[in-house]
Design a protein. Structure first.
Lengths: 158, 381
């Protein structure tokens, strides 16, 4: 009996919210912090260059540019779909599926090393500090104040 | 490089046992390493099953035939941050039912700079777009089959699609243009066991080279920086090809230059491919003169809603009559039109169906025509 009452209340609440939305009296949820944030391309302080262009970042993440002043570049991806999608669309103009397909084909055609995939900004930062030549994208606020990192490019999101 | 089957009294050939051992080892490695795109170690593969029906009485598909495609397995593995190894094995069953293993590729590479990668081993030759891009990957090619002109050497092909030797390549961005170059030097092919009626097969000379004349292949591809999906290439392969009859006597010594060009435009929805090959042959042994052969194809496909892909291809092979090279390989004038439809079940699996109209033009009304229908289920794992 109690369960039925609960379900009825939830349905009533949902109907009210939908009705308010329909009438324009309620707003959709505000954009997340990340959606209003910038992307930054970061590397450790030992990375041999201090800035990159968007085109150079694109070439790195497509596997065309692999060496930076005698150092093997190791691009890092993030599994978080929000930042990964934002990066792929703004820099590579590719969907996630097309990006993975590109790398699968490249590895079949030439061999080589695919980008590393990390689950969180903390994991990304640890990898950047550990691996010479590692490069990654982060939300600007995740990169702010991190010792040992430098920003190579800021990518404003529209 | 084929490991020749030798069947034992117990019904399992040595090569089959060898194939099973390799497969078992690869699967064991797979299980132990739990690969993903984030891992350096990758074991991947392609496979397919195809049904073909032909109205040509002499065709092996005349009665309708199910065919197991090649099981193609490849591994890419870094040794250091500069040195990588790529290995590709193809397990296939021939028309007699014997299973064999082809070592398709074995290459070790050193990434010196972006503009210089040095590789040694056995490669896909630098001729055209299809050979390097798809090769055994039937799932990633739109159609069921390769263009006839790019058939594998052991399947009646007349272009050297593999090379054993050294490969230098690089990537050079130059402002508005992105350049990829490649140069290969390796064992030139030979044509062995030429039967007067059936011809012979092109042999890439995987183990030894029967002559001191090394083959040289080259490729230069240009991508407009503003249009990454488009590419234009010029390529070629220069070699000396000796022919041997069944007893092993040399019957030809062909000086050959292959020149080729390709253009492609590939996006997530549009695929436009075109390749052109011209083969200049001169038999130094018989002094029969110069011969020029042409082969080309055009292919177009369009993807609707990521799943539905109608496609069309036209192929043309024009053989210079009397060319000893083409005669030894039993190559005929061929025109082929393919109309097909592909349905992507997933990004790694598809079903394709196509109708083919094949003709071998000949003078005096002797032209041969055949109609084929084929359906294929392909996958990638």
């Amino acid at each position: 009996m109690g369960l039925l009452v609960l379900i009825r209340r939830r349905l009533l609440k949902a109907a009210v919210v939908l009705g308010l939305l329909w009438c324009g009296l309620a707003d959709v949820p505000p954009p997340t912090v990340e959606a209003a944030n910038n992307l930054v391309i970061v590397a450790s302080q030992l990375y041999p260059t201090s800035r990159l262009t968007k085109e150079e970042v694109r070439e790195i993440y497509l596997g065309h540019r692999m060496i930076e002043q005698f150092l093997r570049i190791r691009p890092i991806d993030q599994s978080d779909p929000a930042i990964r999608t934002a990066f792929l669309q703004s820099v590579l103009s590719l969907s996630k599926d097309a990006y993975i397909d590109h790398w699968n084909r490249l590895l079949f055609q030439q061999g080589g090393l695919p980008p590393l995939l990390k689950d969180s900004p903390d994991d990304v930062i640890k990898e950047l500090l550990k691996t010479d030549g590692a490069i990654a994208y982060l939300w600007e606020h995740d990169a702010a104040g991190q010792n040992g990192l430098k920003v190579l490019l800021v990518i404003p999101l529209k | 490089m084929r490991i020749t089957p030798s069947r034992s009294l117990h019904g399992t050939s040595h090569s089959e046992r060898h194939a099973l051992r390799i497969l078992f080892s690869l699967l064991a490695m797979l299980a132990l390493t739990a690969p993903s795109i984030s891992e350096a170690f990758e074991l991947r593969g392609f496979g397919d099953v195809t049904y073909t029906k032909s109205d040509e009485a002499a065709s092996t598909a005349h009665h309708g035939t199910f065919t197991l495609g090649q099981l193609d397995l490849y591994i890419t593995q870094p040794i250091t941050d500069r040195i990588d190894v790529l290995t590709e094995l193809s397990v296939e069953t021939d028309s007699s039912g014997d299973t064999g293993i082809d070592l398709e590729r074995l290459q070790i590479s050193y990434q010196a700079r972006d503009w210089l990668v040095i590789r040694a081993g056995r490669f896909h030759n630098l001729i055209g777009y299809w050979n390097l891009t798809f090769h055994h990957g039937r799932q990633i090619q739109t159609t069921i089959e390769r263009p006839t002109m790019l058939a594998f050497e052991d399947r009646g092909g007349f272009l050297p699609v593999h090379l054993v030797g050294l490969w230098l390549s690089g990537y050079i961005p130059t402002g508005p243009l992105l350049l990829n170059y490649g140069i290969m030097v390796g064992n030139g092919p030979k044509i062995a066991n030429v039967d007067p009626l059936l011809g012979g097969n092109l042999d890439p000379n995987n183990i030894t080279d029967n002559s001191g004349n090394k083959a040289v292949a080259f490729d230069l591809t240009i991508h407009p920086a503003a249009l990454h999906n488009m590419g234009l290439s010029v390529c070629g392969n220069i070699s000396r090809v000796e022919g041997f009859d069944t007893p092993g006597l040399q019957i030809a010594n062909i000086s050959q230059q292959i020149l080729c060009g390709e253009a492609h435009y590939v996006t997530e929805t549009i695929e436009l491919l075109g390749e052109y090959y011209v083969l200049f042959d001169q038999d130094k042994q018989t002094g029969l003169g110069h011969f020029t052969n042409h082969a080309w194809y055009l292919q177009a496909a369009y993807t609707f809603a990521t799943k539905y892909v109608p496609y069309v291809r036209y192929e043309h092979i024009s053989v210079d009559e009397g060319d000893p090279y083409m005669t030894m390989l039993n190559v005929l004038d061929t025109a082929k039109t393919i109309l097909g439809f592909r349905y992507n079940l997933a990004s790694a699996s598809s079903v394709k169906a196509e109708a083919r109209f094949v003709s071998h033009p000949a003078p005096a009304g002797l032209a041969e025509h055949a109609h084929e229908f084929a359906i294929q289920w392909a996958f990638w794992f």
